[in-house]
Structure formats: C-alpha cells, structure tokens
Design a protein around this ligand. Structure first.
Ligand code: AMP
Length: 328
C-alpha cells in the first residue's frame, strides 16, 4: 500500500546526510518508539549519516528506552531533512526547529487535521505509527538494516498504541508487522514488565480510581483528578493521566474519560477520551482537541466545561446505542 510515497521517502532519506526526527508533544510509546526505531534503522543502514532526535520533553515511563540527543545549533537544521512522525498538526510538533529544515516529511496515522510538509504519508487506519515504520522497513528490507534494538522501539509503539493488540485498528497486517519485529529477538518479557508494572503507591492510586469513577445515565464512565488528589498520591501529571485506561472495562460504558487538572496558571484541564464501538473524536474536536476515532484528547478550562463535555459525550453515546446493536 502507498508504495509510491514510501519510495519517495526512501529516496529522500538516502539523499540527505543530515536527518532530524520529530514527534508530538506529551510523547507516548508510539511516537517515541517510531522516532527511535527509524533513527536506529537509518543509522544501521547508513552509518555515515547524522541522524538527530531532539526533544526537550522526556517521558518517565519510557525512560527505559534510553537517552536521546542533546540540542544542536539552529544553523544545523538548515541543510537537513525533517521527518515528523505520529503528529497530525504542526501545533503539536514538540521541537519547533522542524520549521528550519530544508525539506519536511509527515508520517502519521491520525485522522488528518491539516496538511504539512513536502511529502505526506498518512494512513489513518493503521493501529500505530510504529506499524507504519515496521511496514516501511519491510517494504525496503533488502536495502534497510534492522536489529533487535530498533525492533524493540518499534514493537513498543505497536503494543502501547494498540492496547496490546486489542483496539479496532489491529489487522492481519499489524500482526504480520509485529511478527517481523519479534523475529529479530525482542525480549518481550522485559518489555512488558517495563511497560506495565506499577510501584506499590501507584497501585494504591488505581484502587482510588476504581472507587471514584462515575457513570452517566447512558454509559460514559469518567473520573476527575484534581490537584488535591494528585498531591495526595504524589503523582506527576503523566502518572495521573495514565488512569484513563483503568476505566476501560465496565460493561455498557462504551466511552470513558479522564479529566486531569494541569499545573498551569490558566487552570487548563487535560481530557483523555477513549471508547469502543462508538467514535468519540467529534467530542474531542469540539473541545480544542483531536486524535483517533476511539482515542483522542482535548482541553477544557473549567469544571463546568468538563461537565458540558460529559453531557455531550452522554448524548453521543445515547444516540449511538439507540441506533446500533451489538455494543457491549
Ligand atoms: P492522549 O489521550 O493524550 O493519549 O491522546 C490520544 C490521541 O489523541 C493521541 O494519538 C494524541 O496524539 C491525540 N491527541 C491528544 N490531544 C490532542 C489534541 N489536542 N489535538 C489533536 N490530537 C490530540
């Protein structure tokens, strides 16, 4: 699929001696895995090229994937090729120096919010951007090199963005791509332990999440994590935000939402929306956000607005349930 655009990307990577990789703010396993994985593949294949992955944001739970590059002078970007992975809009690119690159490529699997870059390869039906990088490797496997390190990065994003191969975007292609990564010798026991074990205190916080979760009339489960609760459990924003996944297994609650109060003066509240069967991205888009049909994010500015969002989600779920069968 999309052989022509992949050929174009391959030739650009081959052509440039300096390549910069970019990803989205509030990084996650997919954008970290995809950028680190592609960087490693390029370096193994063309050791003489300079490939940089520069991001001031680091994610605590992905620290085990290792360090990244320190900053370089702005001038360095000017003759470089930029590749932005897993980022639907320019506003969400974390390192703004992408603007300085000579040419730019967009590789993404989100619902497109805007076009940017000289070459775009977007497949929104893919379960992860890492699946696209695995596919890129497979397409040119006679010319590209991979090892277990690169495959571990890529497999990490495939696992995390697909909810361990559970979400609706997972296809035969996903599993075939995953198999090719595993064939290189990924240590899955260690990887799953790194990704999914909790410290004791966090384990206790999860118990509190189960206690506090609310359910609307039509089946929207939600939790509101205010600053006081974060302080009580001594949680970073990232740790608090991760609780959204705990709400995913209530029968009939086909949409679930976590609200997390940020630290900023404006009093913004991060919203993480998830769903099965029903597509909830219109709600995210109404509240300054976007993402995927069943996994998206938004921002609200007050508790009242959070309540308004819940009402909208409840109405959407009611509509869906009235017009569809087979949901659980
Ligand atoms: P999150 O809940 O932050 O993990 O977001 C779920 C998905 O939606 C991820 O793929 C994000 O990249 C995307 N997303 C989150 N917030 C936004 C936003 N404000 N605009 C566009 N996409 C977003």
């Amino acid at each position: 699929m999309n052989k022509e655009v992949k050929e174009q990307i391959f030739s650009k990577i081959k052509e440039y001696n300096k390549i910069f990789l970019f990803r989205h703010v509030r990084n996650d396993g997919d954008c970290v895995g995809a950028t680190k994985g592609l960087k490693r593949i390029i370096q193994l294949t063309w050791p003489e090229k300079n490939v940089y992955l520069i991001d001031t944001e680091a994610s605590e739970h992905l620290e085990f994937l290792g360090e990244e590059d320190g900053p370089v002078a702005e001038d360095e970007y000017k003759d470089g090729l930029g590749i932005v992975i897993d980022t639907a809009s320019e506003a969400r690119i974390s390192n703004k120096n992408y603007l300085l690159c000579k040419e730019l490529i967009k590789i993404d699997h989100h619902i497109p919010l805007e076009d940017y870059g000289n070459i775009m390869w977007v497949e929104q039906e893919r379960s992860s951007a890492c699946e696209m990088i695995a596919d890129f490797y497979t397409t040119f496997k006679n010319k590209l090199k991979i090892d277990s390190e690169a495959a571990t990065y890529i497999y990490t994003g495939m696992v995390t963005d697909s909810g361990r191969f559970k979400y609706e975007g997972v296809t035969g292609d996903t599993l075939r791509a995953a198999a090719i990564m595993l064939d290189t010798g990924v240590d899955t026991e260690t990887l799953y332990a790194q990704l999914y074990l909790d410290d004791y205190d966090y384990f206790k916080f999860k118990a509190q999440v189960y206690k506090q979760v609310e359910l609307t009339e039509n089946g929207v489960a939600y939790i509101y994590i205010d600053k006081a609760m974060r302080q009580e459990f001594d949680l970073s924003l990232e740790q608090a935000s991760a609780c959204v996944n705990k709400l995913d297994s209530i029968r009939g609650a086909i949409c679930w939402i976590a609200f997390i109060e940020n630290n900023d003066e404006a009093g913004t509240i991060r919203v993480r929306l998830r769903s099965r069967f029903v597509h909830v991205n219109p709600i995210a888009e109404k509240y300054n956000g976007g993402g995927h049909a069943c996994a998206c994010g938004a921002t609200v500015y007050s508790r009242d607005e959070a309540m308004a969002l819940i009402k909208d989600a409840d109405a959407l779920v009611r509509e869906y349930k009235q017009t569809h069968e087979g949901w659980l």
